[in-house]
Design a protein around this ligand. Structure first.
Ligand code: HEM
Length: 262
């Protein structure tokens, strides 16, 4: 656990200028306060120190306290001077160059997650289908693509034909659906998988409007393959659960498209 200046359990105030201490070379970091959602850090960069381009997995904001520098936010250059505030969503490329000693407050915060609006009953029903999905997942997703490409042939060109032919795409989708069913009570565990899939979706120009098409096809495929196991209760739970998963992807993909200026 990082040693912090303040505890998140009581109120606090300070004058940031008085906490500034530049190292002889490079930068120093003082974590003022941290909890599981947010971290407030004072960064002091000695003149000549640069931070090369990188991304952060959390939303970040910078408030300049003293000094001068240049902030590169994706392709844009922003002058850093006292009083400047800037914000960037998680995974935005950025870099810092100093022109003088430079001190700023960096705030990192968890991107807001859609609340898990599913009822305990829906969660239990979906979770109970995980073993069936493990066993029949690929059959379901293969059927899903068959239905989707039959009803919406225009979607087909977004997919890599060889990944369909060798079955690797149906396998990946089946793994994702199984993984969702088994972690539906702990969606945080899916973060890195969601991240990877969302980036692939953006690369292949998936749109929010296409989610109902996949949803319909997937639910129909579950009925076709699972037969009487796909009771009304199971189908109702999966209809709701698919909606929540679709919303997670749509929100994340919207952020990625926005960060690319699309
Ligand atoms: C909740 C629904 C969805 C899930 C769980 C899902 C899951 C996945 C997964 C696991 C992959 C593979 C990613 C990788 O290669 O690492 C993928 C790729 C892809 N998905 Fe989705 N997806 C969903 C919705 C959609 C929608 C609505 C579309 C729109 C048509 C779509 C189109 C694609 C395409 C085009 C690819 C790339 C396939 C390729 O490389 O050929 N997906 N998806």
């Amino acid at each position: 656990m990082t040693n912090t200046v303040f505890s998140s359990h009581s109120s606090a105030s300070t004058t940031l200028r008085e906490l500034i201490q530049y190292p002889d070379r490079g930068l120093s970091k003082k974590v003022l306060l941290a909890d599981e959602n947010c971290q407030y850090t004072l960064l002091c960069l000695r003149k000549g120190t640069n931070i090369s381009e990188h991304t952060a997995s959390r939303n970040a904001s910078i408030t300049v306290i003293e000094g001068y520098g240049t902030f590169t936010l994706e392709e844009k250059e922003i002058l850093l001077e006292p009083g400047v505030f800037l914000f960037m969503p998680a995974n935005t490329r950025h870099a810092v160059k100093t022109r003088d000693n430079l001190a700023f407050l960096l705030t990192l915060s968890e991107p807001s997650q859609p609340k898990n609006q599913l009822s305990k009953h829906t969660i239990d029903v979906v979770k109970s289908t995980a073993p069936i999905l493990k066993k029949n997942g690929k059959q379901i997703t293969t059927r899903m693509y068959e239905i989707m490409f039959g009803n919406h042939p225009e979607v087909k060109e977004q997919f890599d034909a060889s990944a369909q032919a060798d079955g690797s795409q149906p396998t990946k989708l089946a793994t994702a659906i199984y993984s969702y069913a088994s972690h539906i009570d702990n969606l945080d565990a899916l973060k890195s998988a969601v991240e990877k899939i969302a980036h692939r979706h953006v690369q292949t120009h998936v749109t929010a409007e296409q989610y109902p098409i996949v949803g319909e096809s997937l639910l129909q495929a579950m009925k076709d393959v699972l037969g009487e196991i796909a009771t009304d209760e199971v189908m109702a739970a999966w209809t709701e659960a698919y909606g929540v998963l679709a919303e997670i992807f749509i929100n994340r993909e919207h952020q990625i498209y926005e960060s690319q200026g699309v």
